[in-house]
Ligand binder design. Structure first.
Ligand SMILES: *Cc1c(COP(=O)(O)O)cnc(C)c1O
Length: 403
């Protein structure tokens, strides 16, 4: 077996990706996570589950998404041919619904009637509220009080679909505290409740399960680029918060040795303490919210403040599979600053008529840096993880200062 073919074998049965991952949870959750793992494996092998999932992905979510040749942006950057995987066109506006849908079908199989979730910017909360409404389940979304103020529109979207949004007032009142509250709720109500975790994070089996529900992004992109160009891409690019859209795109290509992959984290105001969320830039190995991975912490292990213009990348830990792929040298990780992301946001909007999410704009910023140094016979595929409607107000503050 070549080294490369082992990249798709992880995790092992205990949820480890090399030394990363695993399951660091209170005793009360172990049985629930075992039950979830077992049911997930049964569902994967069940044609009825797969066909219901496929049908809903097609008719409710809007798959498959186009792989779009960005003709004018390619011309402007003057190098590699750039393709956009259009996850922004999905129902609710981002890739997150792929995972939310898969998990609610699992919840149904498990006989759970109550759904909980955490959310930062509100995109995962909206995706969860959407599938909960579709399946007639009770839905409670934990959200930091500060994020609720910043993302009023998404709070209202969740409420309009019948979800209860519970504001979290502890700590920094943002995503990390919302995850803590969701875990606390789950410990208390584990028999009736399924926790739809929103990224490739948390205790096993979540990082694996969330990845698998997003693999369709890369499976489609691989087929689409081969049909269109009769060759594999030279470079894949995606932004990395927890890492779900990136691992979804990358995973089906991991064994293709010639395909380079770059994950782009949030560089915020630059790499100084408290000013960014780039875990691979000086992060420490530690455990946060159930998994062992790289995190931004001080010497005492206290989690540091993070900052990004995009709430969806503003989190102190990275998914454990990314930590492993980086340690193995298979995937490279870099960062884009707030300013670079905003410039890329503007650039794509003006040349392609597509307003990307600010999260996605970090991936686009990296493409802007490297495309011009590549040749026109080379191909870049970038995951357009979400649309920027939610970011219009914030981006306008920076980009349209006179208005
Ligand atoms: C939530 C979000 C992200 C970051 O989450 P990942 O799990 O790293 O993908 C990226 N892009 C968009 C549009 C998002 O909504």
């Amino acid at each position: 077996m070549s080294v490369a073919s082992s990249f798709t074998q992880a995790p092992d049965t205990s949820g480890h990706y090399g030394t990363f991952g695993g399951r660091f949870v209170p005793e009360t959750l172990v049985a629930a996570l075992d039950e979830l793992t077992e049911e997930y494996q049964k569902a994967q092998a069940d044609p009825a589950f797969q066909s219901e999932l496929q049908q809903l992905l097609r008719e409710f979510v809007g798959r498959e998404t186009p792989l779009y040749f960005a003709e004018r942006w390619t011309e402007e950057l003057g190098g590699a041919r750039i393709y956009l995987k259009r996850e922004d066109l999905l129902h609710t506006g981002a890739h997150k619904i792929n995972n939310a849908l898969g998990q609610i079908l699992l919840a149904k199989r498990l006989g759970k009637k109550r759904i909980i979730a955490e959310t930062g910017a509100g995109q995962h909360g909206v995706a969860t509220a959407t599938v909960a409404a579709r399946f007639g389940m009770e839905c409670i979304v934990y959200m930091g009080a500060i994020d609720m103020e910043r993302q009023r529109l998404n709070v209202n979207r969740m409420q309009l679909m019948g979800a209860e949004v519970r504001g979290v007032e502890s700590g920094q009142k943002t995503l990390k505290e919302a995850v803590n509250e969701a875990l606390r709720d789950w410990v208390t109500n584990v028999r009736s409740t399924h926790y739809i975790l929103g990224s490739a994070l948390g205790p096993h089996p979540y990082p694996m399960m969330v990845r698998d529900f997003h693999r369709i992004i890369g499976v489609e992109a691989r087929r689409q680029i081969l049909e269109r160009e009769e060759q594999l891409p030279d470079l894949l690019v995606a932004c990395v918060g927890g890492g779900s859209n990136a691992i979804g795109l990358f995973h089906p290509f991991l064994d293709d040795e010639g395909v380079r992959m770059v994950g782009v984290e949030a560089g915020g105001h630059g790499i100084q303490k408290g000013e960014h969320a780039a875990r691979f830039q000086g992060g420490k190995l530690g455990v946060l919210q159930g998994t062992k991975t790289w995190l931004l912490a001080n010497d005492d292990g206290q989690i540091e403040l993070t900052h990004s213009v995009s709430a969806g990348l503003d989190y102190a830990a990275v998914g454990p599979e990314h930590a492993w792929l980086q340690s193995e040298g298979r995937v490279e990780y870099t960062y884009a600053t707030d300013d670079e992301a905003l410039a890329a946001f503007k650039s794509l909007a003006e040349t392609e008529g597509i307003i990307p999410a600010l999260e996605t704009s970090h991936a686009l910023a990296y493409v802007r840096k490297v495309a011009g140094d590549m040749n026109p016979d080379q191909i870049i595929v970038v995951n357009l993880s979400g649309r920027g409607d939610k970011d219009v107000e914030q981006a306008s503050k920076y980009l349209l200062p006179e208005s």
